[in-house]
Structures are given as C-alpha cells and as structure tokens.
Design a protein. Structure first.
Length: 354
C-alpha cells in the first residue's frame, strides 16, 4: 500500500471536520479525513440523526443527518478523501510542515499539517453488564437503531430513560409486536414532553413501562429468547419478558484515545490552542471543535465552523510564510469560483473531459 500524499489530514468527520475540508479547499489545500466511525457525521449521526437542530445560521431547522448531508454536498467540489472505520494509531512530526500518520487499518499518510476535529473523542456505547450477553450484539442486542423496519413485528425490550431511549420507544412502538421500556428508576432523563407521551402510550396499551434492573437472559437454539429483571419494589420481584430485540440506550462514553499520546498540551483532557491560529502546543497540529479548550470556549457547531475558517487561514499562512494570505469572498472572487467549480453566477462549470 503506497503512502498517501496530501496537504492536510483531518482527524474527525463530524460537522466541524467536514466544514474544515471546505475552508481548506477555498485556500487551495487538499484534505484527507479519518474517522473511527463507519460513516461521517460524528455525534450528529450517532446521537441525533433524526432530531432537529435550530442554531445553524440561515438554516431555521434541520436534522443532524440533513446537516451532514448538506455539508457533504458543500465539500464535494474539493473531492475530499474519506478514510472511515479506522483510527490514527501513529503520528510523527518529522520536520517543519512534515508529518507521518498511520491508521489502524495500515493506511499511511504524509502531510504538511494535521487538524484534530475529533469532538470529545471517540464515542463508545455504555454496554450491558451481564456475562456472555455480548454474543448477541448486532444480532438481537443493539446499542443504536440503524434500520427501524427490522424491529417491526417483534417483541422489543428497550433499556434506558434518556432522550434517545424515549424517542426510539415512541417511534418503534406502533409497529412492534410488543414494546417494554425498562428504566432503573421512576425518574427519566428525557424531555418532559417525551415522558408524558410514553406514559400516555402505556395507558393506551401501546407499550409497557417498568422500573427494574437487568439480571440475566435466556436463550433457545442459540438465540436470545427472554430477559429477567429485578424490579424496584420492596420484594425485589423478578420478572421475565420474552424478547426478540434488546435495545440499550445507556448513553455514550467519550474516550480521547490516541490523541492523549501525541505530546499535546492538555487541560482536563482537552487540547489547548493558540486562539489566533488554533494551533496546538505542537507546531503544525491544530485543534478545532469540542476537543479544544480556551477562555470563553462554547461547545457549539457554529463555533466550530468559525474555528475551521481561522485554522485554514493560519495553515495557508504557515505554508507560505513570506506571502500575504488575502481574504477573498466567494460572492465575487474569480479564484474562489474556480476552486468551487462555478461561474460568476454560481452555475456549475463543466470540467475538462466531461
């Protein structure tokens, strides 16, 4: 496998990492994006793909997935190289504007700068602590819903009391054979409107709600067949429920991962940066989005977009230290139009050979 030559490697394919591709593209810089997840989108697609977002400028409302779809369309003119379902296992600074990276799949990169846009790190689901139940994972035990239709007509037991748990319970219940929501306590951590809807659904016979803790499971012919719970009553009553699909929403646990070993200055497991450039304590490595920290930091997507723009200008200047980096507007700049592949009216320009 040959080493990939690229201007900038971006670690993290969430919304901020994707927008960084756009800002680098405007500066005439190529980018490769690496992410641990099998799809781009970060928290937007992992935590709230169907939930509305209201604070993206000029977009009154969109879902997490729609935001990612729009960003991918926006960066398409720059043909970013995406390397998903892998993590950066090795990073070496070999000289000024000279880095080497190797991922968990053996993919190797040589680049001039590195941008960390990994959010709060890689997210892993908080798993069920019942011995041997993990053998059913991605078969009958699920920590996220990828295809709601596959759970239709089945006995569903759903564990959790947060927003994701209740959102999916309300969505899956109408098509399920049966659905039982099991929370550890009577106190749910979800929006009150969702809690009210769940209780109304239960009162109407469309679902069951139980306060209990998972104790054990049963299997028949190698398949998960039932789950036993200890209820939160004085007698600690045990209840066994038939189950086809066990859905677990105990939340996600962020892990900073290999970034901790890259020699960067950290503050409470967040990367400190120079606020003028978003460069870390290691020259040539930059950090944007939720993974960085500075005075006044706000963990918002729109703040990350601003940081991406600032980092792109700083990187361009670092690559051409003796040359002034002029601010050019996409509305009027012929150079910006050329890089975006459009004419002065915003119409796509046919590429040579097309």
């Amino acid at each position: 496998m040959s080493t990939i030559q690229i201007d900038v490697v971006i670690v993290g394919a969430g919304p901020v990492g994707l927008f960084q591709v756009f800002e680098l593209g405007l500066q005439g810089l190529s980018a490769a994006v690496i992410d641990a997840l099998p799809q781009s989108g970060g928290q937007c697609t992992e935590l709230y793909p169907d939930k509305p977002i209201f604070d993206i400028p000029a977009v009154p409302e969109c879902t997490g997935q729609q935001l990612i779809d729009n960003l991918e369309q926006q960066i398409a003119p720059f043909s970013p190289q995406m390397y998903l379902d892998q993590t950066v296992e090795e990073l070496q600074k070999r000289g000024e504007n000279d880095f080497y990276l190797k991922t968990s799949t053996g993919t190797e990169f040589e680049c001039k700068a590195v941008i960390i846009a990994a959010g709060a790190g890689s997210f892993t689901p908080v798993r069920v602590r019942v011995p041997e139940i993990e053998k059913f994972e991605d078969k009958q035990l699920f920590y996220r819903v990828r295809n709601p239709a596959q759970h239709a007509g089945r006995d569903i037991v759903l564990l959790g009391g947060g927003d994701s748990a209740l959102d999916w319970a309300l969505q899956l219940a109408p098509a399920a054979k049966s659905l039982t929501v099991v929370n550890r306590t009577e106190r749910f951590r979800a929006a009150q409107a969702s809690v009210d809807k769940l209780h109304a659904l239960a009162d109407a016979g469309g679902a069951k709600v139980m306060m209990a803790t998972l104790k054990s499971f049963g299997e028949t012919d190698g398949k998960l067949s039932d789950v036993t719970f200890v209820q939160r009553d004085e007698e600690k009553t045990e209840v066994t429920l038939p189950v086809d699909d066990l859905l677990v929403f105990f939340g996600l646990s962020p892990k900073l991962g290999p970034v901790e070993n890259w020699g960067l200055e950290l503050e409470r497991k967040l990367v400190t940066i120079n606020l003028a450039t978003f460069e870390t304590s290691v020259p040539g490595i930059y950090a944007i989005g939720d993974i960085n920290t500075y005075e006044g930091k706000k963990k918002l997507i729109l703040s990350g977009f601003h940081e991406a723009a600032m980092a792109a200008f700083a990187i361009k200047q670092a690559f051409e230290p003796g040359k002034k980096v002029n601010l050019q507007y996409t509305t009027t700049s012929p150079l910006m139009h050329e890089r975006l592949g459009v004419d002065a009216n915003g119409e796509a320009v046919a590429q040579a050979g097309s």
